[in-house]
Design a binder for this molecule. Sequence first.
Ligand SMILES: Cc1cc2nc3c(=O)[nH]c(=O)nc-3n(C[C@H](O)[C@H](O)[C@H](O)COP(=O)(O)OP(=O)(O)OC[C@H]3O[C@@H](n4cnc5c(N)ncnc54)[C@H](O)[C@@H]3O)c2cc1C
Length: 360
Amino acid sequence: MHDVAVLGGGVAGATAALRLAQHGLRPAWITGRAQPGFKPGEHLSAAALPLLKTLGSDAILRSQVHRHAHSTYSAWGSDALIERNAIVQLEGPPIVLDRIAFEAAIAEQAVIAGAQRMDGSVQDVTIKTDHWQLAHDTGAITARFVFDATGRKARVASRFATRFQADKMGCQYGLYTTDPATAPRPVTLIEAEERGWWYLSVLADHRVVVNFYTDSDLPGFDTADLDVHARGTRAISTYLADYGLSLSGQSGRATSNSAWIAPAIGAGWVAIGDASAAFDPLSSHGMTTALWSAITAADAFAARDKQKMQDYADSVAKGVQDFLTARRAVYAREGRWTDSAFWSRRIAPVAPDHAATQEG
Ligand SMILES: Cc1cc2nc3c(=O)[nH]c(=O)nc-3n(C[C@H](O)[C@H](O)[C@H](O)COP(=O)(O)OP(=O)(O)OC[C@H]3O[C@@H](n4cnc5c(N)ncnc54)[C@H](O)[C@@H]3O)c2cc1C
């Protein structure tokens, strides 16, 4: 019987496994199925640095595979591209991660610290009187407490608490490449349009990712047509043309709505990372929240401190309300398409509590 099991192999799961092991525990860490290749989401906010220091993991960022993000340009509220240079950001520049390498580095530290890593998925969870039975790909695993770090699916938490969503945002993405001799200028571009918004970022390996965000229930386009629509933008299309970028063939879709669980704790479980609260990627704080929630919940669990665990759940709930307020303010800065469904939904003057619907 394990004292504690961590489900999920992303930033939240790896961090919880590491932190619990640093407290002298030997968590069973079930990482889920490996997803080879690309994982969207590469901007790590500078706010994550103190959290990585707490873990003793800040050296990970010194690897040459990551880079600092110095310039972000956005056409939001008008066609003008406004630059936000990292030099004026007090907390410092965000880091553009090699996401796969970053997660692998935390995972390696977790195993060295003593986490018992098991690859493969949990198919089902059953509560017994004083423990959980987890049906893993390789057989049954038992644990007294479960950290749910299974991402937006919140495999455990969504069975015992209500999952809410503020919108139905989805992302279509494509990876672009150019002649290896041409290093594209390392920038991030954000461009609003009537149906949603575009995002372009130069990855640390010089590939370029282009994302389009809109609500999944609104008329959109097939991901196969992403390139055609990207070429119809103003700023993004100019950048693609200037650097001779072409779609590499790698493209896909990801869920990117704002969704959360309430409450984030229950009898014998805690939800962390996206399983507790997943925010619109415009915030660029998903990984930072994953780090914070994993450390805070692991510290509370290791201290066997119920009040600390309750404080954690209260902080998640407050963070959700703060995020919803900030989200409305940011979207309200774009006033050109107030009649379009995508924009009007986000700026409607409703109390945050009423903006949420139960996730189907
Ligand atoms: C398009 C897009 C762009 C984004 N951009 C950014 C960005 O620039 N900056 C930023 O900070 N954040 C960004 N985010 C958000 C960020 O990616 C997430 O907040 C972050 O991945 C959350 O980490 P997590 O560990 O909670 O979940 P995940 O990374 O989703 O990991 C969940 C893990 O659970 C595992 N799992 C699932 N089911 C099971 C099961 N049954 N048993 C065992 N394991 C299971 C999966 O295999 C996976 O390993 C973006 C998100 C999207 C969708």
